[in-house]
Design a protein around this ligand. Structure first.
Ligand code: CP
Ligand code: NVA
Length: 310
């Protein structure tokens, strides 16, 4: 049997995404009631890039599942100095029940996962942040009851991992996904194409809009992210001037649906992509969203372990 991994949002089907979110809600309601990693079985969590939420939510979540987290900052491994990721994966798979990897290029995840029989989870790559989207969709479900038919507007750096994951995972959840960013910071055309294809099956839709107010108009969810992702600090691009019209502030929020919530995966650059007033305001759901990383990832690991044992 082929091992099921979670390297991109669409490594689950829309139905499976919904099952994982149902399980996450159950696990949130009964936080210490599930111990599929009892033994303890171990899960290795590798970081090529910095983290707070991902690291802590996986470490706590694996422990809550009865397991043993092994957190590895990869600068202290052979990852970058000769040993191939494929060889490393084959070795580590002999020790653990699952692997989680935050890295740069998506090809690094594919290489770690090649030929291993334990699931590999993308904990953020240059291309996608699929665990974050499970938490975001769980938050949207909690606030609105369901995701289907809701308008999800992502405003800001439309070329980054979060934009790509909103496109794919939002379309999978049957949402009307709008993405708005400045010229030169558009999503990869292949990702837009894939999201549109998925939306056609789920009853959602996908729109690219240059005007952020048009994107925010009547939206149920306004989401944003940093204008400078990890690894882009020295890329020579002006990551402030073209982005100011895309700031999530009270003027932008005023054109959204009155029930709209605001999401940001964090860490936030306050008063750049989002104002203090909005992130600390009554429509902000960002701290529930951050908490939901824990529940969503516990459900994902539980689901992947079960499906790979069948
Ligand atoms: N949202 C998120 O992934 O946060 P960290 O970079 O702190 O893990
Ligand atoms: N786009 C951001 C997300 C951080 C959680 C980054 O990749 O740095």
């Amino acid at each position: 049997m082929t091992t099921r991994h979670f390297l991109r949002d669409d490594d689950l089907t829309p139905q499976e995404q919904s099952e994982v979110l149902d399980l996450a809600a159950e696990m949130k309601a009964n936080r210490f009631g599930y111990t599929p990693l009892a033994g303890p079985r171990s899960v290795a969590v590798f970081f090529d890039k910095a983290s707070l939420r991902t690291r802590l939510s996986f470490e706590a979540g694996i422990a809550e599942l009865g397991g043993q987290p092994i957190i590895v900052d990869t600068q202290n491994t052979h990852f970058g100095r000769g040993e191939t990721l494929a060889d490393a994966g084959r070795v580590v798979a002999r020790y653990v029940s699952a692997m989680v990897f935050r890295t740069h290029g998506d090809e690094r995840l594919a290489e770690l996962a090649s030929g291993v029989k334990v699931p590999v989870v993308n904990a953020l790559s240059d291309g996608y942040h699929p665990c974050q989207l499970l938490a975001d969709l769980l938050t949207i479900r909690e606030r609105f009851g369901s995701t289907k038919g809701r308008i999800l507007s992502y405003v800001g750096d439309a070329a980054n991992n979060m934009a790509h994951s909103y496109l794919i995972a939002g379309a999978m959840a049957g949402m009307h996904v709008r993405v708005s960013g400045p010229s030169g910071f558009d999503p990869a055309p292949a990702v837009v194409g894939r999201a549109s294809e998925i939306a056609a099956w789920t009853g959602g839709s996908v729109e690219m809009l240059r005007d952020p107010r048009e994107a925010a108009d009547g939206a149920h969810v306004i989401a944003t992210d940093t204008w400078t992702s990890m690894g882009q600090e020295e890329d020579g691009k002006d990551r402030l001037t073209p982005f100011w019209p895309y700031q999530v502030n009270k003027e932008l929020l005023a054109v959204a649906d009155p029930s709209a919530i605001v999401l940001h995966c964090l860490p936030a650059h306050r008063n750049e992509e989002i104002t203090d007033e909005v992130i600390d305001g009554p429509q902000s759901a960002v701290f529930d969203q951050a908490e939901n990383r824990l529940h969503a990832q516990k459900a994902l690991l539980t689901w992947l372990l079960a499906v790979n044992q069948q």
